[in-house]
Design a protein around this ligand. Structure first.
Ligand SMILES: *[C@@H]1O[C@H](CO)[C@@H](O)[C@H](O)[C@H]1NC(C)=O
Ligand SMILES: *[C@@H]1O[C@H](CO)[C@@H](O)[C@H](O)[C@H]1NC(C)=O
Ligand SMILES: *[C@@H]1O[C@H](CO)[C@@H](O)[C@H](O)[C@H]1NC(C)=O
Ligand SMILES: *[C@@H]1O[C@H](CO)[C@@H](O)[C@H](O)[C@H]1NC(C)=O
Ligand SMILES: *[C@@H]1O[C@H](CO)[C@@H](O)[C@H](O)[C@H]1NC(C)=O
Ligand SMILES: *[C@@H]1O[C@H](CO)[C@@H](O)[C@H](O)[C@H]1NC(C)=O
Ligand SMILES: *[C@@H]1O[C@H](CO)[C@@H](O)[C@H](O)[C@H]1NC(C)=O
Ligand SMILES: *[C@@H]1O[C@H](CO)[C@@H](O)[C@H](O)[C@H]1NC(C)=O
Ligand SMILES: *[C@@H]1O[C@H](CO)[C@@H](O)[C@H](O)[C@H]1NC(C)=O
Ligand SMILES: *[C@@H]1O[C@H](CO)[C@@H](O)[C@H](O)[C@H]1NC(C)=O
Ligand SMILES: *[C@@H]1O[C@H](CO)[C@@H](O)[C@H](O)[C@H]1NC(C)=O
Ligand SMILES: *[C@@H]1O[C@H](CO)[C@@H](O)[C@H](O)[C@H]1NC(C)=O
Length: 761
């Protein structure tokens, strides 16, 4: 109930450079009703990150999204009829009330349904002074719960923004009828509040409420919005279903200036999670003079597969689809919609890169198609990748081809094919049984069915099932031919691993095979397409050195925080650039960025070695919390905050769109959402007793880490692989990404106490 001192702290902490809140480019014409740009409405503030309707949530919404965000408060009434902001009429899911007043539960009928819980109407403001806000959604971080964030009254919301422009305020009145039954008047509360604070919007799913309030308020100052609930539930004043009311928009126009609908009313999603054609809801409403606001934008639930897990792509579907734009978006992660509107909408196909950043695919567009297939590569090119990559494997008949692993079980359905008995155990290469690339001839490999990668099955996040098994595997020479015919690629990246093993045990020199293919396809003596050759083993790069005009890329396969100068000098002796992991640039503990000082990038760049970083993925569980479950925020922080030279990504489309976004080109105006996040800032908002374990010191890359014995010579005759065909487990889990994961599964119920959260780490 009081002003939180946290907002200033938050502002200082969250972003590393000075924030100039700038409203966006004015001249664009939008397909909204007014022609103005759509509104971003922050539901309970930045509730995707902080407890709903807390000072943290409200402040961060404004800090990250600019002054034109509107903050949303779900109004509930206390025993004396004062309005507080809380998502539900019961408080136990969003506060610690159950532990403070364990006996004060009640059961009431709400909209005809019996509900049990700690109702706001049973508590006075004084009672609630000792109650603190908590994260109500169990898949979100509850480490901020210990901050003793007080419940905020409606009229105190503007005070959360003391020194900055107060954003617009949107009050949602979900249960007027319920409060009326208990002789509490929401109408009186709203009217008296409107005299003290400026209310921009009021929404309600109850028509009577809007009709009554409309007679008493200045509806020029405060817009009234009718909220649609699920199509088959019934509106209490008319007893009609919301579905049937949707076909009577002129009726709604009589008391409201706009409607708020679930986003699926506009772009329906099929049962298998693909997007169907748009409905006419927005056009119909606009024809009736009604604005349309869409709800349910969240970054941390699986999106329709059509969006490739990119929440900006989803938002653009609603505001930049050539036929219509909604007038506003109700979101738990307002940074995403703000960036989409100001930076990514209306870009045009021809917009050019605004920042120097090499977008390197990882197995092609493997986020959407099976890794290393022709389809994955074609799509990576179409998506705007600068460089496509081929991890080179050798077949039994010494044909080099692209495949994500030397083990054919990772990336194909070979385990279900007639080749399934070709398993071997070669601990030197892979622990456990595998079917090695050199156990099948190239013509056999061409018969394999590709299998899309699903690196995060633990979270039930799957990739594009409709394309699960599409495409064909390509030989290196097919790959080179494809790359050569593209007019947009700037380069290709060929990865060579296991060269020593293949020379000694299979009698084949991968390097020779690669150089041969480059020469056969005429790529070796052209200059338009840059050829990058990458290895984790310096002996491979040393062997190639001098053998062509190639960019040699050294992959550091451990997490480092720095590199010794002498080591970087060594690397310079055999490589032109370096690949490091994300956590060697921005280290994390329990998926929170730490403030550890990291010298990796600056050290390598000081010696003129460009740094490419892997592995970027769109799925929100692969990113640190600090990036707001938005892949673009993550990329931006690496580019703007750490100055990296390239990203290696499963989703080249997202990185390529990032490069072209117009905010990067907006001169010296720094938009908040284009400012890199400040590493360690979220950790500082976590109370000491809830902090995740400190990060162990990161290692420094030393000479001994990079120096390797020279490659062995190629053995005269290939020994035939020993067959371990009695294996019982043919199917291995796909190779996940090696970074530590922390995620509270959605099925954990109830309010977790901090201690138990720790145990689940
Ligand atoms: C509301 O007021 C009416 C009339 O004063 C009274 O009969 C009723 O019991 C009250 N209801 C509640 C829930 O207090
Ligand atoms: C609302 O309409 C439904 C269907 O016509 C009917 O079954 C129900 O009794 C009605 N409810 C009220 C409160 O009138
Ligand atoms: C979504 O993706 C599916 C499968 O690729 C496609 O059939 C459908 O047309 C897409 N929907 C939209 C609206 O683009
Ligand atoms: C736009 O409208 C046209 C004509 O109604 C339709 O064919 C097209 O699919 C629509 N496009 C989108 C993105 O909805
Ligand atoms: C895009 O660029 C091409 C070639 O420069 C040009 O022909 C085309 O008109 C441009 N399209 C748009 C929409 O600007
Ligand atoms: C694998 O199975 C095929 C028949 O499906 C058989 O012809 C072949 O000999 C088997 N190979 C091994 C190594 O067991
Ligand atoms: C490319 O290399 C081949 C073989 O080494 C040579 O015959 C040819 O002239 C070269 N082409 C160019 C354009 O240098
Ligand atoms: C290492 O190299 C950096 C960058 O060139 C330089 O600033 C630093 O002084 C060097 N450190 C040592 C110990 O030589
Ligand atoms: C990182 O944060 C800790 C704890 O807040 C602080 O003691 C330390 O000085 C910070 N380190 C840096 C490099 O900012
Ligand atoms: C950039 O900064 C300069 C001086 O610092 C100022 O004159 C100029 O107007 C600024 N440009 C923009 C686009 O803000
Ligand atoms: C690198 O290659 C050398 C042979 O040149 C081999 O002895 C060494 O084990 C390889 N190192 C790694 C880490 O694979
Ligand atoms: C409150 O949380 C519990 C446990 O997560 C959940 O079962 C319940 O549905 C939630 N209540 C409401 C009203 O959302």
């Amino acid at each position: 109930m009081c002003i939180s001192p946290a907002s200033f702290l938050l502002e200082v902490l969250l972003f590393s450079s000075v924030i100039a809140l700038a409203s966006a480019q004015g001249s664009t014409k939008w397909l909204t009703l007014s022609g103005e740009k759509p509104l971003v409405i922050a539901r309970g503030g930045f509730s995707g990150m902080f407890p709903d309707s807390s000072s943290f949530a409200y402040s961060v919404a404004l800090i990250t999204s600019g002054s034109d965000v509107v903050v949303w408060c779900d109004v509930q009434l206390t025993k004396e009829g004062t309005g507080i902001c809380a998502p539900l009429p019961t408080l136990e899911n969003s506060t610690n009330i159950a532990s403070v007043f364990p006996t004060k539960q009640s059961t009431y009928i709400v909209n005809g349904v019996s509900m049990k819980g700690y109702f706001s109407i049973d508590f006075t403001l004084k009672d609630l002074e000792n109650i603190y806000l908590t994260q109500g959604i169990s898949s979100r971080s509850n480490l901020f719960d210990g901050n003793s964030l007080p419940i905020i009254t409606v009229q105190d919301v503007p005070m959360q923004f003391q020194d900055v422009n107060t954003p617009g305020l949107w009050l949602n009145i979900q249960h007027d009828g319920f409060f009326r039954q208990h002789n509490l008047s929401m109408t009186n509360f709203v009217i008296s509040t409107s005299r003290r604070v400026s209310i921009s919007y009021i929404s309600s799913p109850e028509m009577n409420f809007l009709r009554v309030i409309g007679r008493q308020l200045n509806v020029k100052k405060t817009k009234l919005i009718f909220r649609f609930l699920e199509k088959d539930s019934r509106e209490p004043s008319t007893n009609q279903t919301y579905g049937s009311l949707l076909s009577n928009l002129p009726f709604i126009k009589r008391f409201a200036s706009g409607i708020l609908v679930p986003k699926a009313f506009i772009w329906p999603v099929s049962a298998d999670n693909y997007l169907s054609q748009a409905t006419s809801v927005v056009l119909d409403a606009h024809n009736n003079g009604l604005e349309v606001f869409a709800s349910d934008f969240v970054n941390d639930l699986p999106l329709s597969y059509n969006y490739s897990y990119d929440p900006i792509a989803e938002t653009l579907q609603y505001i930049d689809n050539h036929n219509f734009s909604v007038d506003g978006l109700l979101t738990d992660f307002p940074i995403t919609q703000s960036a989409a509107i100001d930076c990514f909408a209306q870009l045009g196909k021809n917009s050019s890169a605004q920042v120097k950043l090499l977008v390197i695919s990882h197995y092609g567009a493997s986020g959407d198609y099976p890794s290393c297939t022709d389809v994955a590569y074609q799509n990576a090119i179409q998506d705007g990748a600068d460089v496509i990559d081929c991890p080179i494997q050798m077949s039994k008949d010494a044909v080099p081809f692209c495949f994500p692993s030397i083990n054919l079980m990772e990336g194909s359905t070979i385990a279900q094919s007639s080749f399934r008995n070709r398993t071997d155990s070669i601990p030197e290469l892979i622990s456990g049984n595998a079917i090695f690339s050199f156990s099948l001839t190239w013509s056999e490999i061409q018969t394999l069915t590709p299998q899309i990668s699903n690196p995060l099955p633990k979270y039930q996040l799957y990739r594009n099932p409709a394309a699960r098994n599409v495409g064909k595997f390509v030989s290196l020479s097919d790959f080179l031919t494809l790359a050569k015919s593209s007019s947009s690629l700037s380069g290709i990246l060929l990865q060579i691993e296991n060269a020593a093993y293949l020379a000694e045990n299979q009698g084949v020199s991968v390097i020779d095979k690669v150089l041969e293919a480059l020469s056969d396809t005429g790529i070796s003596n052209q200059t338009t397409l840059k050829v990058m050759i990458q290895s984790t083993n310096s002996s491979v790069l040393k062997k190639i050195k001098g053998g062509g005009n190639y960019e040699l890329v050294y992959e550091v396969d451990e997490t480092i925080g720095d590199a010794a100068n002498s080591t970087v000098e060594d690397i310079k002796g055999f490589a032109h650039s370096v690949v490091v992991s994300k956590s060697s640039v921005l280290p994390v503990t329990a998926l929170y960025l730490t403030n550890t000082t990291i010298k990796t990038v600056s050290k390598l760049q000081a010696f003129n070695l460009p740094v490419y970083v892997q592995l970027f993925r769109n799925e929100f569980v692969s990113q640190a919390w600090d990036f707001f479950s938005d892949a673009t925020v993550e990329i931006n922080s690496f580019v703007m905050g750490s100055n990296i030279n390239g990203v290696i990504t499963d989703f080249p489309k997202t990185a390529a769109a990032y490069k072209r976004n117009k905010c990067l080109g907006s001169g010296n105006i720094t938009l908040a959402y284009m400012t890199p996040v400040q590493p360690g800032s979220l950790l500082q908002l976590i109370p000491t007793n809830a902090l995740p374990p400190a990060l162990a010191p990161l290692s420094v890359l030393e000479d001994s880490d990079v120096n390797e014995p020279p490659l062995p010579s190629v053995s005269a005759k290939a020994p035939s692989p020993t067959s371990g065909s009695t294996s019982t487990s043919y199917i291995t889990a796909p190779n996940g990404d090696s970074q530590p994961k922390f995620y509270v599964p959605v099925f954990i119920s109830g309010l977790l106490v901090l201690a138990s959260l720790f145990l689940s780490l």
